[in-house]
Design a protein around this ligand. Sequence first.
Ligand code: ARG
Length: 573
Amino acid sequence: MKTLEQDLSAWAKERFSAAFPDANLDEVPLDVVPTAEERFGDYQCNAAMGLARALKRAPRQIAETVAATQDPHPAIAGMEIAGPGFLNLTLSNKWLAGRLQALEEDSRLGVPAEGDGRTVVLDYSGPNVAKQMHVGHIRSTLIGNALDRLHRFMGFRVLSDNHIGDWGTQFGLLIQGYRHLLDDAAFDADPVEELERIYVESQQRSEQDPDWLEQARRELVKLQKGDEESLRIWRRFMEASRTENEKIYQRLGVSFDLQRGESFYNDRLPALVERLVRQGIAEESEGALVVNLEEEGLGVCIVRKRDGGFNYATTDLATIESRIEEFQPDEIVYVTDERQQLHFRQVFAVARRLGIRVGLVHIWFGPMRSAEGTFSTRKGNVIKLHRLLDEAERRALAMVQEASPQMPADQQKEVARALGIGALKYADLCQNPQSGVNFTWQKALALDGNSAPYLQYAYARIASVQDKYRERFPDGDLAAHPIVLGEPAERRLALRLLRFPDAVSRACRQNKPSILADYLFDLAQVYSSFYQNVPFLQAEEGCRESRVRICGVTARVLRQGLDLIGIETPSRI
Ligand code: ARG
């Protein structure tokens, strides 16, 4: 099933081609999009303006040719030309009602499986071993996971890979610290916290004590050479980190297909660098091997350091090659913060020189800030992610206890978990990834604004309409009455519901979960005006069933949409 926009756009293209058979329309956008205001109709095509020059005609005249077509789309009840040449389309109520019924019958709610089995590797989260995941990793995890869900739903074959930072120079300092500074009891109680402490202390020692630094270097060399004892310690770090991270992922409802980490690609690094040299891509510079990317304005990318060590970029190149060999992806998508833009542009440029043709996309995001100091402790340290999640649940629980004092305590806790975690996720995902987030608890948990709890409450209320209907009309038969659109508020809601497939498709294509979040907020608002303006349980038979069915579709769209950005929808709040 095509989306409504795709359907109308295809029609417009056909009409323009028929009217101007000699013109080349491939380069001109002929999209039909929803109008910004109802007085311009339901959908609009602005193509005439773009065609004016190529066709050497006034845009209004071009639009008129199409408006005069004898072959309108069955959805279109009226066409009007406005301003310099906008073609405004009004859709027929009957057609909209039929289309809404088709959406209701479809388990995918009209969303086309555009992915068509194409393969996408999604690289997100990527915390570093022996360090707690902090709020800096939360955006990558949440945005990445929303993209993961969107792509799967759109019919892509997705491989989500958590590219953990589990290799590098810090392990020399860590092992040295582990051997001499470890507090066993503290390690047993909270291994990652203890590892962090050791790392910081070991680093401080290395700055003051050259012997310590030298020993740490030796530890690193031993590890890199595959010394059994060193590897055993390194594996303990891995395990401790993984257990800790897993708890966070579980609370966030995130899981990966692969968690390989940088170390997985170690063996490939020497041969890769050799090939870069052999193919004349890398050259020596002051003892290091570098790829000169000045031509692309990207500086130089070091692929082997002077001391023979490889670095982050080398590993990422090897990772691309390995993923291509194993999964033959059509695209690899990375989600990290904005500071890694140059890194990925360099890596992608070197990959191109190696002849790699797969689509490489870096989705970067701005920082998450908070004037309240939510993400830092009083000492200025970053707050631990699990404490942040605890706080979200605690604050949500206070809200639920106040709103639903009669609810059993267990259920209050469960609802508060969904609301609190949802609030945190949504505060991040409702923003365009490329802008920063100004976080406040008040906004995140607002029951009357653009927040997860607002949408979750809306869902629960809408979902209960069908239950109420069944209670009041135990013999009623919803399916026996077709959907009819009479009232403006009803029609408006139907139009919004029919936009769902376009919102999902666009959010996925542009890698912007915020497009879907915006859509859901808009839908909930339009629903609320429907709810306030048209009676449904009190309406006469026929009308009543139609409206209850529309409520049913609205609830499903909200639930599906929220699920696609990883937000749960408790049925009772
Ligand atoms: N570990 C990195 C960090 O914390 C993120 C890894 C991103 N993925 C990648 N393939 N480089 O900054």
